[in-house]
Design a protein around this ligand. Sequence first.
Ligand code: NAG
Ligand code: NAG
Ligand code: NAG
Ligand code: NAG
Ligand code: NAG
Length: 486
Amino acid sequence: MVLLEFRTLLYAQDMARLSAKKLFAVCFCASAFVFLIITLQVVEELGQFEQTTHTRPLKDREELTQIQAFPASAVLNDDGASPGSESSYPIIVWWSPLTGELGRLGECGHNRCFFTINKSYYSHSSTQAFLFYGTDFSIESLPLPRKPQHHWALFHEESPKNNYKLFHKPVITLFNHTATFSHHSHLPLTTQHLESLHTLTSHTFLLPLAQKNQLRRTLAPVVYVQSDCDPPSDRDVYVQELMKYIPVDSYGQCLHNKDLPIHLSDSTAMDEESFFQILAQYKFILAFENAICDDYITEKLWRPLKLGVVPVYYGAPNVHMWLPSNRSAIVVDPKQSPEKLAQYIQSLDKNDQEYLTYLDWKLKREVSNQRLFKELKERQWGVQDMTRDNFIDVFECMICNRVWENNNRLHEGLVPRVWQAEEHHLTCPPPKLFHFAVDHFNSSSLRYIWRASYEQSVREARALSRLTLRNRNFTATQFWREVFSD
Ligand SMILES: *[C@@H]1O[C@H](CO)[C@@H](O)[C@H](O)[C@H]1NC(C)=O
Ligand SMILES: *[C@@H]1O[C@H](CO)[C@@H](O)[C@H](O)[C@H]1NC(C)=O
Ligand SMILES: *[C@@H]1O[C@H](CO)[C@@H](O)[C@H](O)[C@H]1NC(C)=O
Ligand SMILES: *[C@@H]1O[C@H](CO)[C@@H](O)[C@H](O)[C@H]1NC(C)=O
Ligand SMILES: *[C@@H]1O[C@H](CO)[C@@H](O)[C@H](O)[C@H]1NC(C)=O
């Protein structure tokens, strides 16, 4: 919780600074005004996005006291910082931090590195890597000039809507190492919202079909729960159209038509068992992501699969790569009409045998997709599992080990390895709008902003890349001038 608050605080400060600088840009470019309106609205929207909590298992602190053969000079004081000692190890600076540690000696197998968020280590001769948390990545005060030994690493697990400019080739390729939702990245986080094979195949919440059919007397066949309305995927417009052809119980703020019990009306209740029990009564759940990119898969997909409800999924176009079996979700084709989809769902609603073919894998507890099976068996991190490293630990150690690998190579007179992020480590096509007639949306609606925001982010990415490759530090003013001279 403390971590979350710390991050939120940093985030708010960042946003305030960002807005101030953006205001400045207006002074020298009239066209900037349009972007300002867009950006400020985006910023406002971002304030409401679903925050993820990253907690570091206590394990780390315990490990610290267990390090054997510790150099005498490296005795840690209470807060984990150890003045003087850190220079015995490569120093790794979290430049836009995800965690709040002032200093920590991390152990990664045989290698140790000193991790800190203290930016004054920029000029320290042992500093070898800078880590950036994507959502908080700010163009201001980057660690420039970048020295030849400086690795840059990006950790970004969230939706593109939280920092579009990272999603373009000129920016993503500035980094050496990546951990993103893309399965192409160096540390793929594609299954970050799925705890285990066991939770996937579990029958804890599964209701027998006979009971679901009984419940159909009072419930719609389909349920939708979404309170982050009008995101880049334009899902609400699609769902609104779908609702003309099939009843949908919508409990969230978007397209709301049914209330949750009072004790669940708080958004923190979304992880409560009694909420899952409500969802599990339905035959179908609309699982629509907020953005449409390959490998961008969230709990929206995994939740219905865990509960034993058939997901009607709109999101990652390559979702088939990750589904437990080849018949476990109805995948929405955006080119097909919602009316057709409604007809299909209705046909399954009336035909028990056909409906059950989508739950066959669940009833047999069988994950036939070898890729998913292998990924969950082999990934080095756990999800909500205090007994295992989390993906932040694994990311930090990947960088620490790579830094050490090069140091060792240099020591042995070998050429150091080169790591380079590629475009497909973080990419997402421009957001598209559906073209259905809409009633409750109007021109102030957020849905019109995403495309412009995306186009703006392309210019920002080019400017950021040009300035960074110049390898001199730059001010926000210089950055915005560069953006608008594009
Ligand atoms: C950051 O590190 C410098 C030494 O490099 C130290 O003097 C300073 O107190 C540290 N700042 C914080 C907030 O710990
Ligand atoms: C789907 O998987 C089942 C069992 O794993 C297999 O028998 C079937 O041929 C597959 N169907 C398709 C269309 O791939
Ligand atoms: C990191 O990336 C930069 C820029 O692409 C490159 O010049 C440098 O050699 C890379 N460093 C390593 C250790 O891969
Ligand atoms: C447009 O939508 C906003 C928010 O939904 C609403 O407050 C406003 O009254 C609407 N304007 C018109 C002209 O319908
Ligand atoms: C750029 O670096 C120089 C030298 O380290 C410093 O004096 C200056 O304040 C920096 N400028 C910015 C915009 O950070």
